[in-house]
Every structure is written in structure tokens, then in C-alpha cells.
Design a protein around this ligand. Structure first.
Ligand code: NAI
Length: 245
């Protein structure tokens, strides 16, 4: 099935982990993909390895407004108008509140929340003109449940949900849908390797009894980006093996 043929998707943080999984699923659906990462070389090689043709990689720090403006011009020139935007880039700086430095707070907000704002503002203009588009924000179940040691991260991910719902209301009349995915515990560089004790403790909290993979998230992203989800906007989809319900 190639339901995304003719679409141009942009995935931030798309050169590894969940972002790479989403880029792969959208490419399998027939979309051309712009892979965005801080390291241009990695983004370009990730794009080159995606199924299908016409993908490109771009260097951009999503927290930097000038770089985002330059990215929008570069993508437009090289590939055309983006119709599917996935705000996936994210970082953690975990520590207990009393130990949290200003930079820990600011860095997480700058990438996870301000980055999504800057990129969405830059690319939604074209979607509004064309009166079509899909925006997916990658939040987290900790944005719903909270998590000790992650006040900065959970606040940024809960913020993304308010952003998603407001944007959905703002853009629905222009035929632009905006939804969020809240992944549970997914095995990537961000989560790193767990020891046996940590894995056992985590398993007790996951009814489905296994950790998630980027592909578990990617399938939902592909569904939400495509025509089967055409009447869905402003929603949050927890993809977490039942961890938060
Ligand atoms: P990861 O660390 O493997 O990948 C994150 C990607 O974002 C990397 O490619 C990184 O280079 C990029 N990135 C970071 N800062 C950036 C910036 N300023 N500008 C551009 N790109 C930047 O992490 P993972 O696990 O793939 O996470 C992807 C998203 O999913 C993140 O938003 C994360 O918060 C979210 N998430 C992850 C979960 C997990 O268990 N791994 C659970 C819930 C949410």
C-alpha cells in the first residue's frame, strides 16, 4: 500500500531512534522524506538508506530560530512544500528538582517545546496556503503521568499536548490535522541499556510485558499521517503497551 505517494514528510531528529523508524514507515507508505538532524552528514546518510527515492537530509538545530528559517528555505528549494511534519527531536536532562540547573530546564524546553513551535510555525505557512497538511508531535506518556526526576522533560511533553490541541483548533478549518503520539518506554539511544533489575521493575509496569520499539511508534505515525485518519485531529495516542491508562 502506498497511500502516502505524492506527500512530502519532514521528520526532525530523523537520523536515529524513533524518528528514523517514523521516517522509514512514511517512506514505505510512498512519501518522500526530509530527514532533519543536528549532524547533516548523519541526516543525509539516513535519508539515503530509506526505501524509495527522492529523500534528502538537512542539518538544523531545531531550537535555533535562524537555522529553522534557513531549513524551511532549503527544504522548499530542494524538495518542495512539506505536507507531513513530524516534530520528533527531543532531549532529556534528568535529575531531581532540587539538583536541576537552569541549563537543564532551559535546554529541554528549548529543544522539546520551543523547537516544535519554531519548526511548526515555519512549515505550517505552506500547509495553510495549500489547505492541506498533517502535523504529528512526539510527546511522551510521562507528559500524561509525570515521572520523578523528569520535571523538565514531563513539563515539556505535557506542554506539547496543549500545543497540539490548540494548533488542531487553529488549523482545522484549513484542512490541517494535528495529533500527538505519547510513546511509553521505547528502546533507543535516549533510553540506553538497562540492567536486569531495571528491566524487571519496568516490566511490572507494562501490562504487555515488553519494551517498545521504534517500529511500534512508526506504524501509528503512518496511520495518523494517512487518509485513514482523515477525521482525527487534536488527539493524543499513548503507544506504551498499556503502561499508562
Ligand atoms: P534519540 O536520542 O535516539 O533521538 C533523538 C533525536 O533528536 C536524535 O536524532 C537527535 O540528534 C535529535 N535532536 C536532539 N536535539 C536536537 C536539536 N536541537 N535539533 C535537531 N535534532 C535534535 O531519542 P528517541 O528515543 O528516538 O526519541 C525521539 C522522541 O521520542 C523524543 O522527542 C523523545 O522525547 C520521545 N520519546 C522517547 C521515548 C523513549 O522511550 N525512547 C519515550 C517517549 C518519548
Amino acid at each position: 500500500m502506498d497511500e502516502l505517494t505524492g506527500e512530502l514528510a519532514l521528520v526532525t531528529g530523523g537520523s536515529r531512534g524513533i524518528g528514523l523508524g517514523i521516517a522509514g514507515a512514511l517512506a514505505e507508505g510512498g512519501a518522500r522524506v526530509a530527514v532533519v538532524g543536528r549532524d547533516g552528514e548523519r541526516a543525509r546518510s539516513a535519508a539515503a538508506a530509506l526505501p524509495g527515492a527522492g529523500h534528502h537530509g538537512f542539518a538544523c538545530d531545531v531550537a535555533d530560530g535562524d537555522q529553522v528559517t534557513a531549513l524551511a528555505a532549503a527544504v522548499d528549494e530542494a524538495m518542495g512544500g512539506v505536507s507531513i511534519l513530524v516534530n520528533n527531536a527531543g532531549v532529556t536532562r534528568d535529575t531531581l528538582l532540587l539538583r536541576m540547573k537552569d541549563e537543564d530546564w532551559d535546554q529541554v524546553m528549548d529543544v522539546n517545546l520551543r523547537g516544535a513551535f519554531l519548526v511548526t510555525r515555519a512549515f505550517s505557512r505552506g500547509m495553510m496556503k495549500r489547505r492541506a497538511g498533517v502535523i504529528l508531535n512526539i510527546s511522551s506518556v510521562v507528559g500524561l503521568s509525570g515521572n520523578a526526576g523528569q520535571t523538565n522533560y514531563a513539563a515539556s511533553k505535557a506542554g506539547l499536548l496543549g500545543f497540539t490541541r490548540s494548533l488542531a483548533r487553529e488549523l482545522a478549518s484549513r484542512n490541517i490535522r494535528c495529533n500527538a503520539i505519547a510513546p511509553g518506554y521505547i528502546e533507543t539511544d535516549m533510553t540506553g541499556a538497562l540492567d536486569e533489575k531495571q528491566t524487571a521493575a519496568l516490566m511490572e509496569r507494562i501490562p504487555m510485558g515488553r519494551l517498545g520499539t521504534p517500529e511500534d511508534i512508526a506504524g501509528v505515525a503512518r496511520f495518523l499521517a494517512g487518509p485513514a485518519a482523515r477525521y482525527i485531529t487534536g488527539q493524543v495516542f499513548a503507544v506504551d503497551g498499556g503502561m499508562v491508562m
